[in-house]
Design a protein around this ligand. Structure first.
Ligand SMILES: Cc1cc2nc3c(=O)[nH]c(=O)nc-3n(C[C@H](O)[C@H](O)[C@H](O)COP(=O)(O)OP(=O)(O)OC[C@H]3O[C@@H](n4cnc5c(N)ncnc54)[C@H](O)[C@@H]3O)c2cc1C
Length: 401
């Protein structure tokens, strides 16, 4: 396998890189300043400006592989483009390719009815609203989705939803229009994987309450954030169910494939930027009579980072290639492998870059502290490392049955 970009991807790469240089990097500070001034939970004006420019440039919704609503790219074609977007914390949203919206759009695209697509997918694709995915609950170990306790009860032509969720990314954002909520519609079903359903819940439905934003190492990630959300006697029409009752687990498996690989693709870009910052810094500082870049340990760390990034990228390409050719289900071992390998690689590379920066690396001046928090987060989001490792181990052992 050789994963050279084809002409279409190479042209998009060039266009995307130029857009990043011209519009994204120069606006990172403005974005941060706009968040800091005034109400942190109102989207900064600069983002809408960037979105309009990205759309005009044809750099919009590049993620939706194998769909008539996407840009006609495969997962493998999207991977190097998503990597470029991952280099800046503000880029994915500017191109309408950010989490959790991409995973949610894929979910509605694959499992939604035409009516649901018209009502929710369309405004998401147009970047007019945002979305969240509500599975994790404070009361139970949510890495095992069969533990989820929220209830989805049929009542006439409606479903009534009750439950408390947390770490719901995007819920505090005032633009968040729709939540995909996972709960139990048939808790007595002897098949533990048929107890759950997913329903679409508009965020302005009475009974939906964003209780509080949570922080990761002190970062609130405003204006998108991660929130604790209460669903109290929330009533939605039965037509809001996705795929059908008892199919929630099946959707969770399907949704997490694309969502996970997008996180990994972006993480490669984050790691490249951290390494780039490290190289620039060590070339510009002198200690004990010679530039930091000439210290043996620095060369060793730069080499380690380069090797780790290249390895991770190739594994992501392989997973993307398999998703395209044999489907997400057969590719599940590779998806699990990248979900462990890439965030761990990113954490190590960012840590080395922080060390090379000295104490400055811990400040907010270089973006590395926030990047470190993001890398650590990814070892939980979409399932902790241990769950993925257990799956990889089981699949490996299966070969010997
Ligand atoms: C910043 C951030 C954003 C998030 N966004 C969302 C979101 O948008 N929507 C959403 O629903 N959730 C979201 N999550 C939640 C995330 O998916 C969960 O935290 C994750 O699935 C783990 O669930 P838990 O926290 O309940 O951990 P628990 O299930 O309580 O697990 C605790 C620990 O037990 C260990 N463990 C678990 N299973 C095994 C095993 N099989 N073998 C060995 N050890 C094991 C692991 O070390 C694990 O970390 C987010 C989390 C973070 C930090």
């Amino acid at each position: 396998m050789y994963f050279a970009p084809n002409a279409k991807v190479a042209a998009l790469q060039e266009k995307l890189q130029a857009f990043m240089d011209r519009h994204i990097y120069p606006n990172e500070k403005r974005y941060a300043a706009e968040v800091e001034s005034g109400d942190r939970w109102q989207p900064p004006a600069v983002m809408e400006e960037l979105k309009a420019k990205a759309r005009d440039a044809g750099l919009w919704n590049l993620f939706l592989a194998h769909s008539k609503h996407g840009a006609g790219l495969t997962n493998l074609e999207y991977a190097p483009l998503c990597e470029i977007m991952g280099r800046s914390p503000i880029a994915p949203e500017a191109f309408n390719c950010s989490a959790p919206d991409t995973g949610n759009m894929e979910t509605i695209d694959i499992y939604g009815t035409e009516e649901q697509k018209e009502r929710w997918l369309k405004p998401l694709l147009e970047g007019r609203i945002r979305s969240c995915f509500a599975m994790t609950e404070p009361a139970v170990a949510s890495s095992d989705a069969t533990n989820i306790e929220s209830t989805i009860v049929r009542d006439g032509e409606d479903y009534v939803i009750n439950g408390r969720k947390w770490w719901i990314t995007g819920a505090p954002d005032p633009r968040c229009g729709i939540a995909i909520v996972m709960g139990k519609s048939d808790p007595g079903n002897p098949d533990r994987y048929r107890q759950q359903s997913m329903v679409l819940v508009p965020m302005d439905t009475p009974g939906v309450k964003v209780v509080r934003p949570l922080t990761v190492f002190g970062y609130d990630d405003a204006p998108n954030g991660h929130a604790e959300v209460l669903f109290e006697n929330v009533r939605v029409p039965r037509s809001n169910i996705l795929l059908g009752e008892g199919r929630g687990f099946e959707i969770a498996q399907g949704r997490l494939g694309p969502g996970r690989i997008h996180h990994c693709m972006r993480s490669i870009g984050m790691a490249e930027r951290a390494l780039e910052d490290m190289c620039r810094r060590v070339k510009s500082r002198v200690a004990f009579g010679k530039p930091l870049s000439e210290q043996g340990v620095t060369l060793e760390r730069i080499a380690e980072a380069r090797i780790a990034i290249e390895q991770a990228r190739l594994l992501v390409f392989k997973a993307a290639y398999m998703m395209d050719t044999v489907g997400n289900k057969v590719a599940r071992a590779e998806i699990a492998m990248i979900k462990v390998a890439v965030p761990n690689m990113l954490g190590k590379v960012v840590d080395m870059s922080i060390q090379a920066h000295g104490a400055a690396g811990l400040s907010d001046d270089f973006g590395l502290a926030k990047l470190y928090a993001a890398a650590r987060t990814l070892r939980f989001a979409d399932g902790p490392d241990e769950v993925h490792r257990a799956q990889i181990g089981r699949l490996e052992l299966k070969k010997y049955n």
